[in-house]
Design a protein around this ligand. Sequence first.
Ligand code: 13P
Length: 253
Amino acid sequence: MRGRLVAGNWKSNGNLASNQRLLGDVRAAAAGLRGVECAVCVPYPYLFQTQQLLAGAAVTWGGQDVSQFGAGAFTGAVTAVMLLEFGCRYVLVGHSERRSIFGESDAVVAAKFEAAIKAGLTPILCVGETLQEREAGVTEKVVSRQLDAVISNTGVAALAQAVVAYEPVWAIGTGRTATPEQAQAVHACIRGAVAAHDASVAGGLRILYGGSVKAANAAQLFAMRDIDGGLIGGASLVADEFMAICRAAARGQ
Ligand code: 13P
């Protein structure tokens, strides 16, 4: 059975004092969690603090982006090996904000995914369509294109070491969540696209939903057969809300 995962994406939020409270509260609440893995993806400068405060906790952590390159003359870029030094298990790759605001192409995202895999990190590959693309009826085409860029670069077997997050751009930070049925349809499409290459990799692949997930809508989303957890933005900054979402994802609840 696929494990459940709920990952928080803090984006460019936090400070040393507020992180200390949030990580402390998450750490305490996660101690009682069963049947779900809870992770936080924090800004680079807070990885050291996160590593210190979550040592030995039932919470994993990761970065929000990674360089497609190794060490060398790449000003501003943070390598996968550096993330590993700070205890990261995960790294977000291809978040829609990276794609749209920072201009990351499918090819760059695929190269970042490859760098993460080669270093032994677990990339959380983010895919999703814009509102315009949904209204044009090309959601599945867009998501398949984003997925194919990675599969053709790294091979389908690499997905056994990865997580996919479906995040419709129109649902991110808007309060407008995809309905469980809308999300399930795309999750099934993603799993089907991977199964066309390798059924066993597809069967084991964790596919998270992201986009305005809250404690109030989490259980309905996580009840869908191809939704294996969530990628949580705003709600991951509030410990009670985030942990309620983690509990909603726990298997056997
Ligand atoms: P919100 O949960 O704030 O909509 O953000 C989702 C997201 O982008 C997580 O990566």
